[in-house]
Unconditional design. Structure first.
Length: 280
């Protein structure tokens, strides 16, 4: 089981060193190709009436967009030289990386490229940055591929100790399947299930047994019943266990309900400080 192609959507004005850092850790484990995709909108779509009234033209926005892309591309090239990352080759025996640019709606570009990627690595959604939220939504809901959400500051050794949040849902099953290559590379794997009030307190060993069939000896943490925030409990146990990665299904309840209520996905994205692998 391999992760050969890692997609990194990046944008003007948003740092992507954290995405590159995580991608390099994973690429070293799998001899992966790192596919960096710089996305910028068409100038006409970014020209609000107030800017047009002030005399700003689409041509000026295009020039600034090209300058931003060139600067980001130069930063990427310097990173490749610094880390010994080669240009794309086909022998699959070394880490490679390429840079490309797409102009237009970021949703269509991420969906198209993401569906042919083994893993999509995105920045943690910022409530003040609509592009990061749109990139996360598209990667999770439109590609069918596992999405790794990385915070601004990434701990070393992301594959050392994944903690799997398991509730038996379809989304949790999908993310575990997508995480299998990473779990095989881990030094240790833990499974944690937080039960809502009224659920059986019998320990759920099904996932532990299934992982054993794949030569992964995971440790069960819990289960425990919480009456308050499951998201808060999940982050607490991840910190207590020195987790380096959290693996969980995204929006296992209906997404509208998650937007209206303090759901687990929203809580983890808003308050968590470690990388999170998600799937829907």
């Amino acid at each position: 089981m391999m992760m050969r192609n890692l997609l990194l959507p990046v944008f003007e004005g948003i740092e992507f060193d954290n995405q590159l850092s995580v991608a390099l850790d994973i690429a070293r484990a799998f001899k992966s190709h790192i596919d960096v995709l710089f996305l910028r909108p068409k100038p006409q779509s970014t020209l609000p009436p107030v800017m047009a009234a002030a005399g700003v033209t689409a041509a000026e926005i295009e020039r600034e967009g090209r300058k931003a892309e060139a600067s980001a591309h130069a930063h990427f090239d310097a990173w490749c030289r610094e880390n010994g990352v080669a240009e794309q080759r086909n022998d699959l025996v070394e880490i490679t990386a390429t840079w490309s640019e797409r102009i237009g709606p970021l949703e269509s570009a991420i969906a198209r490229r993401g569906r042919l990627s083994d893993l999509i690595i995105v920045n943690k959604p910022d409530s003040y940055g609509s592009r990061t939220e749109r990139a996360f939504d598209t990667a999770v809901f439109e590609t069918g591929r596992p999405t790794l959400v990385v915070p601004r500051y990434v701990p070393a050794g992301i594959l050392d100790h994944p903690v799997v949040a398991w509730n038996g849902s379809l989304e949790a099953a999908r993310v575990v399947a997508g995480a299998m290559p990473l779990l095989h590379k881990a030094k240790r794997v833990s499974v944690f299930s937080v039960l809502e009030e009224g659920e059986s307190t019998e320990p759920d060993l099904d996932l532990i047994d299934w992982l054993k069939w794949h030569s992964i000896n995971a440790v069960l943490l819990g289960p425990s019943t919480v009456a308050s925030s499951i998201g808060s409990e999940l982050l607490k146990i991840a910190a207590h266990q020195s987790a380096t990665l959290l693996v969980m299904g995204a929006y296992t309840h209906r997404r509208l309900r998650q937007m209206l209520l303090p759901g687990v996905t929203r809580h983890v994205l808003r308050h968590g400080s470690l990388p999170v692998l998600m799937a829907h």
